[in-house]
Design a protein around this ligand. Structure first.
Ligand code: NAP
Length: 293
């Protein structure tokens, strides 16, 4: 019988811990942690994510500022807004919700953020520091995955870990964390991508599979060995007439047939997703406490 990794429950637990810490900070006369979020345009997904982030800030007692701009904003104007936040002493950390309109370079925007306020952990300085094991802001999704492994006491040392996907926001950083000399980590990591040959054979050797490719139900039971741990990062919207929204979120794992083979598995939704926002809150708390920089 497998153990379902309950990301929602862990996220609630971590939020309660953060809220408690904020209370202590205020009691000591410190200021409330403050997260600012920049959103450009009216992408439905982005608006939902930002609303969740703002709501989560309220839940843990942070101040949050939502700065919304029309998608007609120029790159120079957006960079000027970033500079204002860089210079604002009350803002501990901020993020720019991606994706951005095509006329704005995401890379320029990421690099314009002061790395000491980069609570999304996308700035090359934070990415580099993570790669060499220095204190930094780790990006939210990989950090959330590590927290789940930790809270469920899942053994990673010496385990074979296969990461499917090599994006800068999930695959690469999670692979880097799984191989770091620490817990969770110390795993022997293989990273697969769209050019990988014999992906099924590679997956069959894995003790831990982290599926982050964005292909609904890609990982099937014949690719998973008995007793494996499977972390499903995928969240693809697939049409579903029975839902009010007209879609449902589908993971990269064919859950019904894979779960019975697993020791541990995350569901979608309710697995990695809820942990992502919590990781952002944790980074903001670290920023407010000045614990990293
Ligand atoms: P991405 O940038 O599209 O990267 C996908 C990766 O998967 C690429 O490296 C790609 O290989 C690889 N890939 C695609 N098809 C493949 C195949 N058939 N076999 C092997 N590898 C394949 O995606 P992402 O931003 O990392 O996101 C991945 C998934 O996670 C998406 O569903 C996304 O919505 C979800 N996500 C969820 C959260 C959360 O909070 N739960 C957060 C972030 C992302 P190439 O590099 O060769 O193209």
């Amino acid at each position: 019988m497998y153990t379902l990794i309950d990301g929602k429950a862990i996220a609630d637990q971590v939020k309660a811990e953060i809220a408690e810490e904020v209370k202590h900070m205020l009691a000591e006369g410190k200021k409330r942690p403050h997260l600012a979020v920049i959103i450009v345009g009216h992408d439905g997904g982005s608006e939902t994510y930002v609303a969740h982030k703002v709501k989560s800030c309220e839940q843990v007692g942070f101040t949050s500022t939502r700065l919304a701009f029309e998608d007609t904003i120029t790159e120079a104007e957006l960079l000027a807004e970033i500079d204002k936040l860089n210079a604002d002493p009350d803002v501990d950390g901020f993020i720019v919700q991606l994706p951005l309109p095509r006329h704005i370079s995401e890379q320029k925007v990421i690099e314009a953020i002061d790395y000491r306020k980069d609570v999304d952990g996308f700035h090359p300085i934070n990415v580099g520091r993570m790669a060499i094991g220095l204190p930094c802001y780790v990006s939210a999704t990989p950090s959330g995955i590590m927290e789940l492994l930790k809270r469920y006491h899942i053994e990673t040392s010496g385990k074979r870990c296969v990461v499917i996907g090599r994006s800068n926001i999930v695959g690469k950083p999670v692979a880097s964390l799984m191989m770091q000399k620490a817990y969770p980590g110390d795993a022997t990591v293989t990273v697969c991508h769209s050019r990988t040959k014999d992906l099924k054979d590679i997956c069959l050797q894995a003790d831990i599979i982290i599926a982050a490719l964005g292909k609904p139900e890609f990982l099937t039971a014949d690719m998973v060995k008995e007793g494996a741990t499977v972390i499903d990062v995928g969240t693809t919207r697939v049409p579903d007439a029975s839902k009010k929204s007209g879609f449902r979120l589908c993971g990269d794992v064919k859950f019904a047939e894979v779960a019975p083979k697993c020791a541990y598995i995350t569901p979608v939704p309710g697995g990695v997703g809820p942990m992502t926002i919590v990781s952002l809150l944790k980074n903001t708390l670290l920023a407010a406490k000045g614990e990293i920089y």
